[in-house]
Design a protein around this ligand. Structure first.
Ligand SMILES: Nc1ccn([C@@H]2O[C@H](COP(=O)(O)O)[C@@H](O)[C@H]2O)c(=O)n1
Ligand SMILES: C[C@@]1(CO)OP(=O)(O)OP(=O)(O)OC[C@H]1O
Length: 159
């Protein structure tokens, strides 16, 4: 019997200097300060990609993409998630779904949830849902030093 496999991941990025564009959940957020990173720092897309690797048992974000690949400098979250999904499929898995939760005081995510889910689902080729929560002003997200995202993914080996 082929059983589904779950994966889990957390990603964290600090905010960059004021004026850095924010890319989050595959969307640009005008007027919001962006995240620092080798790529565009999209914690939601990164957590989704890493959860897929976790489910498939194909390593993790750092070991697959690393920060020493010049072609990944500034890479979009949509690209990271799309490439992760392709690698997981190439390893012999179908993707069931990915669920992500953003942790941060801002941006206010809910008004753009449907838009973000559409963009990320298209990138992954499977349903990606995104929820958001504040940390009630506690910890680094609460102090608005950065954002975190936690994700789970479900994959099934092709029979
Ligand atoms: N960045 C965020 C954080 C939260 N939300 C929405 O607000 C709801 C309540 O959040 P609490 O942390 O106060 O429980 C949450 O369920 C989200 O719908 C948001 O849109 N953006
Ligand atoms: C995505 C990568 C590669 O550009 O860079 P970062 O933007 O630093 O993101 P992180 O979540 O630390 O994952 C590691 C890297 O693979």
């Amino acid at each position: 019997m082929i059983l589904p496999r779950t994966g889990v991941a957390v990603d964290v990025h600090a905010f960059g200097p004021e004026g850095t564009p924010l890319w989050l959940a595959g969307l640009e957020w005008p007027g919001e300060t962006g995240l620092a990173g080798h790529s565009d720092g999209d914690v939601v897309a990164h957590a989704a990609a890493d959860a897929l690797f976790s489910a498939a048992g194909t390593g993790d974000l750092g070991s697959v993409f690393g920060v020493d690949r010049p072609d990944m400098a500034g890479a979009s979250g949509v690209r990271v998630l799309g490439e992760a999904a392709a690698l997981v499929r190439a390893a012999g898995f179908e993707i069931g779904n990915v669920a992500v939760q953003l942790v941060g005081q801002r941006p206010r995510f809910a008004p753009r949830r449907a838009e973000a889910e559409a963009v990320l689902s298209a990138a992954a080729g499977a349903p990606v849902t995104v929820s958001a929560t504040t940390s009630d002003h506690l910890g680094f997200p609460g102090r608005e030093e950065g954002l975190a995202a936690v994700a789970t993914a479900l994959v099934v080996a092709r029979g």
